[in-house]
Design a binder for this molecule. Structure first.
Ligand SMILES: Nc1ncnc2c1ncn2[C@@H]1O[C@H](COP(=O)(O)OP(=O)(O)OP(=O)(O)O)[C@@H](O)[C@H]1O
Ligand SMILES: [Mg+2]
Length: 384
């Protein structure tokens, strides 16, 4: 009698334990399912041969496959380099787990996704390997940021080198410029030269002078860009400044008539900013506009300048009806040394310099353009 009681008690105990284990198993399954469903990470489990048994929704989303497409395939076939993944699995088998800071996977559309991968060797109660679990974190964005930083660093280095070279070149340039002027004078006064020779030599000396001036202007711009001097803020009338700048550019407008149309709301528009820096911006943008209009070869070349107040900012629009900029080039024009002009005519410094200056003055610059129709640069800067 007593033994039946104890047997029943034991049975109750076992069934309670079984029930509690069942609940635990259920909870663990729900827990794992919820991780697989909701994690952004790529989490997978394979059998001992590396065939996928489960795959997280985050992984499906990142690689672009559905579980139906993946079930039964080898995990290594998703890696950009299957051999690398196999090697990592081997290490996890030997050591229980393995990590790799960066392992690229290939998505359905051929895209590369970089993962930080951790593998865990799955064993049964006898310690025999039954499969592998992988937890992979998408580090593609982080990697891109890292590459961008390296790129910025390189650009800064190039900037430092360029400014060093520009600085060194300035002195010899000054000497060449001075000597070419002197040579011109000598040629003009020289006796015994035929008229033809004299003219040729004078032209040569003048051209040396002109090209040296051009080099000086380039080194000057480069130095200004690399040094990044702080703006000198004063009060001035921006309308008067724009008119004066157009005055400087008159010689460029001599041979082909181009209408410069000023669309200013008021006579004067006082602002607090750096006039020297803004002048550089207008010279660059208007020079580009003149070039584009001339390139197009139209008889109705036109450049519009429009200013308006917009709350604490003023907006300046510079439009031309020149060649326009193809869409794929519109982003590149802000890169240092991007130019489509023949060598000797452009260095690709104008627009990066403009953007640098406008940023320093707390503003923004953007471009809109249609190939064959024209280009508009929009600038917004604080009035004070
Ligand atoms: N108004 C415009 N119309 C058409 N293309 C333009 C215009 N402004 C700029 N671009 C394009 O952008 C490129 C870069 O201009 P950016 O002013 O930076 O250099 P650049 O004029 O070529 O040389 P630099 O100004 O250094 O003498 C130009 O070569 C040209 O292709
Ligand atoms: Mg330019």
């Amino acid at each position: 009698m007593e033994s039946t009681d104890s047997l029943q008690n034991q049975l109750k105990k076992v069934s309670r334990e079984l029930f509690s284990n069942k609940i635990q198993l259920h909870q663990t399954t729900v827990f794992l399912q919820s991780i697989l469903q909701n994690s952004n990470d790529l989490i997978f489990a394979t059998d001992v041969d590396g065939i996928l048994m489960s795959f997280s929704k985050g992984g499906e989303k990142a690689l672009g496959y559905t579980w139906e497409e993946l079930a039964g395939s080898f995990i290594k076939d998703l890696a950009a380099d299957p051999l690398e993944l196999e090697k990592l699995v081997k290490v996890s088998r030997e050591e229980g787990s393995a990590v790799r800071l960066e392992l690229p996977f290939r998505g359905k559309d051929g895209q590369t996704i970089h993962y930080d991968v951790s593998l865990i060797n799955l064993t049964n109660t006898e310690g025999k390997t039954v499969g592998t679990v992988g937890i992979c974190r998408d580090i593609t964005l982080w990697k891109k940021l890292q590459e961008d930083l390296i790129q910025i660093d390189r650009l800064a280095e190039i900037g430092r080198i360029a400014s060093g070279v520009a600085h060194e070149i300035n002195n010899p340039l000054a000497i060449i410029s001075e000597i070419s002027g002197w040579a011109g004078v000598v040629v003009s006064d020289a006796k015994g030269l035929s008229q033809e020779d004299r003219e040729e030599l004078e032209t040569a000396a003048r051209r040396i002078g002109e090209q040296t001036d051009r080099c000086k202007a380039i080194t000057h711009q480069l130095l200004g860009f690399a040094r990044g001097s702080a703006p000198a803020i004063i009060s001035f009338d921006i309308h008067a400044m724009i008119k004066k700048t157009i005055g400087f550019l008159e010689p460029q407008l001599k041979f082909k008539p181009i209408d410069i149309v000023l669309n200013f709301e008021d006579e004067a528009l006082p602002i607090k900013s750096d006039p020297k820096m803004l002048e550089q911006v207008f010279v660059n943008l208007i020079t580009n506009a003149i070039y584009a209009v001339k390139e197009k070869g139209t008889d109705q070349g036109r450049i519009d300048l429009k200013t308006s107040r917009a709350g604490p900012n003023m907006e300046i629009m510079i439009s031309d009806n020149g060649t326009g900029i193809p869409e794929e080039a519109q982003k590149k024009i802000f890169d240092l040394f991007y130019t489509t002009k023949p060598s000797g005519k452009g260095t690709g410094l104008g627009i990066p310099i403009c953007r640098n200056i406008i940023k320093k003055l707390g503003g923004e610059i953007s471009v809109e353009s249609q190939e064959g129709r024209g280009t508009t640069f929009n600038i917004s800067i604080p009035v004070s």
